[in-house]
Design a binder for this molecule. Structure first.
Ligand code: NAP
Length: 294
């Protein structure tokens, strides 16, 4: 297929804005869909809302991303993370369009494995957010056979998560400057990932017409949140100390995965290139945001 017509749902989000920017720089045809053009809580109305829209590939970057809010009130997460994904997948099946369903490392967390998790690892979500995102993956794949599930993780992007009102990098820099001393959990290990790099990889998977299925779309390497915070403070030149604490000292309504590092060999093979290390992605991010000069 030469340059497919892409419909992006969630264009106003952190990942969505990078997908839009990269598509525009590449001269791709991307239809940016956001509220109020559709309402992801209204799965039943989606068919009618999209009746006149023509596209070859849909990217679903819509989600309820506030993990603790999902735990306290699961209904929006069930509707949006699970049933909107299913409804969009059904529309894609009818239109014979490919769906790229964006998912998360939080489909893991309850497993024993403490080495990078590949696409064959059995999911084991431990909170409502992860469970509803996993349900979204499953329902989308049951509804249509041409679905790519792109699992991303711990995103940091220039726009900041619209659902969360920012991102971890900016929070650490702000708190570091204000407080001079940070305490950050050291027993949750994950794959820090730039939303720019994830967006490039997703658009590259579309261009490569990669086979349907699961892909772990993350930067290379792993870090605890304490490792990540230490690197942010150090590389941004902020005068602050960063001390490790256990999760038990930072209780939250939703449990977080102690280990959710994703192996990205499959996406690297599909793209014929390596995914940048998270430290490299962080340096580029800090430069773009003006937190670092060199
Ligand atoms: N952020 C992370 O660390 C992270 C980690 C792993 C996976 N992910 C996944 O990556 C994807 C993108 O996340 P993100 O960081 O870009 O999050 P985000 O900035 O919060 O973007 C989510 C998008 O969903 C839209 N949305 C929410 N409810 C909606 C509704 N009822 N109707 C229409 N649109 C609605 C939001 O619209 P508004 O802008 O209008 O609110 C926003 O554009 C999601 O699938 C998420 O699960 C994110």
């Amino acid at each position: 297929m030469s340059s497919p017509r892409i419909a992006l749902f969630g264009a106003n989000g952190q990942l969505g804005q990078d997908l839009s920017s990269i598509a525009s720089a590449r001269g791709l045809t991307l239809i940016a869909l956001q509220r109020p053009m559709f309402d992801a809580t209204d799965a039943a109305g989606l068919d009618a809302a999209l009746a006149d829209l023509d596209f070859d590939v849909a990217i679903n970057s819509v989600a309820v991303t506030r993990v603790d809010d999902c735990e306290k009130d699961p209904a929006p997460a069930v509707a949006i993370n699970a049933y909107f994904a299913e409804a969009l997948s059904k529309v894609c099946a009818r239109k014979k369009a490919r769906l790229v369903q964006v998912s998360t490392d939080y489909v893991f967390g309850g497993q024993d494995q403490r080495s990078p998790l590949d696409e064959d690892a059995a999911p084991a979500a431990i909170n409502v957010y992860g469970q509803t995102k996993l349900q979204g993956e499953t329902l989308a794949r049951q509804a249509h056979d041409d679905v790519i599930v792109a699992r991303v993780a711990s995103l940091f992007g220039v726009a900041g998560a619209s659902g969360k009102g920012g991102n971890f990098v900016e929070t650490m820099i702000r708190f570091g400057r204000e407080r001079g001393a940070l305490k950050v959990v050291a027993d949750q290990v994950m794959s820090p990932t730039s939303s720019w790099d994830a967006a490039e990889a997703i658009l590259d998977l579309i261009r490569a017409e990669a086979p349907a299925g699961l892909y772990h779309v993350v930067n290379s390497g792993a870090a605890s949140w304490h490792d990540f915070a230490s690197a942010i403070i150090d590389r941004a030149g902020v005068e602050a100390t960063v001390s490790p604490i256990p999760t038990s000292e930072f209780p939250t309504p939703a449990r977080r995965p102690p280990y959710s590092v994703l192996a990205n060999a499959k996406v690297e093979k599909a793209l014929g290139r390596s995914m940048p290390a998270w430290q490299d992605a962080l340096d580029r991010y800090l430069k773009v945001k003006g937190h670092r000069q060199t």
